[in-house]
Design a protein around this ligand. Structure first.
Ligand code: ADP
Ligand code: ADP
Ligand code: ZN
Length: 217
């Protein structure tokens, strides 16, 4: 059992790899992006508060996302947690360490998914997901087998994200470099950092991630 962070800019492939780990290892994916989008669509007060910030591509407050993670951590666990899109700031990283310690757990590996900025525009502009099961697709690199139908669950509710446009991506990248990339140094210093080539094919990235995990457990 291992608790890991998938770290990387928007479009690096965090969600794609997290889903594979859920399927193959029974780990639990904790995606703050998914949690915030859920709050947004369900129209809760918090959802309304974060909607515009997310659409612009800025980070929502540490307080909100730490609260979301704290709630999930206390509600049981499968075969280890995958933190996907969290932490994104140094205060979030500190909070995660504290929250894990509180439940007698620790972080086993931080996997940095290394990609070039140029591919991110292509990744983000071709991304769509299944509204029912959450499977992640891409127009060019991972299309559905039958146009308009999810391979996994058969749903025809395929969606594109409001923030997956070039302008918002530019802001998200800026946020990543300013606020999230310092975490690379933070976790390197802690001895938890591993890098994978995020530009490789999806299955090859998965093999690199698996090799890191198998060393850890
Ligand atoms: P991506 O797939 O582009 O990496 P996510 O789905 O993880 O994006 O996040 C979408 C948006 O949700 C972010 O641009 C940000 O507004 C908000 N968000 C998600 N996770 C966090 C976090 N840990 N801290 C602050 N904001 C977050
Ligand atoms: P993140 O969660 O880091 O924002 P996603 O997993 O949503 O990234 O991936 C972004 C887009 O790129 C999706 O459309 C996905 O299908 C595609 N993708 C993910 N990994 C790869 C890869 N290794 N090669 C090509 N396309 C990929
Ligand atoms: Zn589906």
């Amino acid at each position: 059992m291992a608790n890991i962070i998938l770290l990387g800019p928007p479009g690096a492939g965090k969600g794609t790899q997290a889903r594979k780990l859920v399927d193959e290892r029974g780990m639990v994916q904790l995606s703050t992006g998914d949690m915030l989008r859920e709050a947004k669509t369900s129209g809760t007060e918090m959802g309304k508060k974060v909607a515009e910030v997310m659409d612009r591509g800025e980070l929502v407050t540490d307080e909100i996302v730490i609260g979301l993670i704290e709630e999930k951590l206390s509600s049981g666990q499968g075969n280890g947690f995958i933190f996907d899109g969290f932490p994104r700031t140094l205060p979030q990283a500190d909070a995660l360490g504290r929250l894990l310690a509180k439940i007698g757990q620790k972080l086993d590996a931080v996997i940095e998914m290394r990609v070039d900025d140029e591919v991110l525009v292509h990744r983000i502009s071709g991304r769509f997901t299944c509204g029912k099961c959450g499977e992640v697709y891409h127009d060019a690199t991972k299309p559905t087998k039958v146009a308009g139908t999810c391979d996994v669950c058969g749903s025809t509710d395929l969606r594109r994200r409001a923030d997956d446009n070039e302008e918002s991506l530019r802001t998200r990248l800026m946020e990543y470099y300013k606020k999230t990339s310092p975490l690379i140094g933070y976790y390197y210093h802690a001895g938890d950092l591993f890098g994978v080539d995020g530009l490789a094919e999806i299955d090859d990235v998965a093999a690199s991630v698996a090799a890191i995990l198998d060393q850890q457990v």
